[in-house]
Ligand binder design. Structure first.
Ligand code: F6P
Length: 373
């Protein structure tokens, strides 16, 4: 469920092969995430179906961003939880395995709480922002693609003495940009966790030029914001909180924190990197160009590290299913797959802490993080 990523097929294969061959279970695949569950679209997974898919990108089951409790149906958003639960009962499913990011963890917990369904989840997202786990599958592949793109931008930026601003995905977390930026040797890395000061960035670029470096690469997270935008957002959030508290007192529904999975229809906007490139070109009097990596980072074959991770997590999931250990997420802790209570991770988001070693390392190699530190 949610946005696809490299490694989904490998994870489905891991769960299914171990469940079928080691534990003799029956495995049913659900098409297109929670939408397929509500619409009762399933496929029986036998060994043949899940063979030969380890290295394939995307997911052969399909996916969607729909959630059971707010499903777009005939122009309206309906609560289809009851239908989803009934369909699971009809199929005699003992446990629903959900592969997804932060939103999926919440939706799985919702099915468990509202419908008494047994669930088990795996952390999947290129954003690496699922709480309670060291990493999520898809992240390593996307970071590798980002680093390679930044490598390639270096040679053309050098030849033309340009600034190239490269926008990296990651939703509201900076892991992907930070990892790809450090690995690709970006000169400036801007992440949502550190609101940037445009003048500090421009000054860093000018300083590079003064020292004889005639090009610069800026890696910017799609969710990065300037200091001014951060202040305005904080003000707006406080106002919203005040209003929703008022509403709450009147007994109406209060908006839940973390209810912000990207809404497919609202994402066609100008890449924020374009605005940034325009400003930097003006402030540094240096020609600037923009590259937005976008969905390229989510496509194609998973890295060896992700294939390994998916197999580890998938087979651990089967082991937990066999033991009847439900309502957990299979997390990665110090390279081991371990169960953590879903209740403890659903609704939380893992962002880059200000004192994270990656930030420290980036600063030590003279990378500008958008501030004056
Ligand atoms: O959550 C994964 C992710 O790729 C984010 O990095 C990005 O913001 C979003 O999904 C894009 O969503 P969509 O594929 O729906 O456009």
């Amino acid at each position: 469920s949610g946005g696809d990523c490299p490694g989904l097929n490998a994870a489905i294969r891991g769960v299914a092969k171990a469940a079928l061959n080691k534990y003799g279970m029956k495995v049913i695949g659900i098409m297109d995430g929670f939408r397929g569950l509500v619409e009762n679209r399933t496929v029986l997974l036998d060994d043949k179906v899940v063979s030969g898919i380890l290295n394939l990108g995307g997911t052969f089951l399909g996916t969607s961003r729909d959630k059971p409790q707010k499903m777009p149906m005939g122009g309206k958003k309906l609560d289809m939880t009851e239908t989803a639960v009934q369909n699971l009962r009809k199929l005699q499913i003992d446990c629903l395995v959900c592969l997804g990011g932060g939103g999926t963890q919440k939706n799985a917990l919702h099915l468990q709480k509202a419908g008494g369904v047994n669930v088990l989840t795996l952390p999947k997202t290129i954003d690496n922002d699922v709480a309670g786990t060291d990493t999520s599958f898809g992240f390593d592949t996307a970071m590798g693609i980002g680093a390679e793109a930044i490598d390639r931008l270096h040679t053309t930026a050098t030849s033309h003495h340009r600034i190239i601003v490269c926008e990296v995905m990651g939703h509201n977390a900076g892991w992907l940009t930070l990892g790809a930026g450090i690995a690709g040797g970006a000169d400036v890395i801007l992440i949502p966790e550190i609101p940037y000061d445009l003048n500090a960035v421009a000054e860093h670029l000018l300083e590079r030029r003064r020292s004889g470096k005639r090009f610069s690469i800026v890696a910017v997270a799609e969710g990065a914001i300037s200091k001014e935008e951060a202040r305005a957002r904080e003000k707006a959030e406080k106002e919203l909180e005040r209003k929703s508290e008022k509403k709450d007192k009147k007994g109406r529904r209060k908006e839940k924190a973390g209810d912000d999975e990207p809404d497919g229809l609202n994402l066609v906007t100008e890449p924020m990197a374009s605005r940034l490139a325009r400003d930097l070109q003006r402030l540094t009097d240096t020609e600037a160009r923009v590259t937005s990596l976008g969905h390229v980072q989510r496509g194609g074959s998973p890295s060896a590290t992700d294939r390994l991770l998916c197999t580890l997590l998938g087979t651990k999931a089967a082991e937990l299913l066999a033991a009847g250990s439900y309502n957990v997420m299979v997390a990665v802790r110090s390279n081991e797959a371990v169960p953590v209570a879903l209740e403890k991770v659903a609704g939380l988001r893992k962002i880059v802490p200000a004192d994270h070693d990656w930030i420290k390392a980036a600063r030590m190699v003279d990378t500008c993080m958008g501030d004056h530190a």
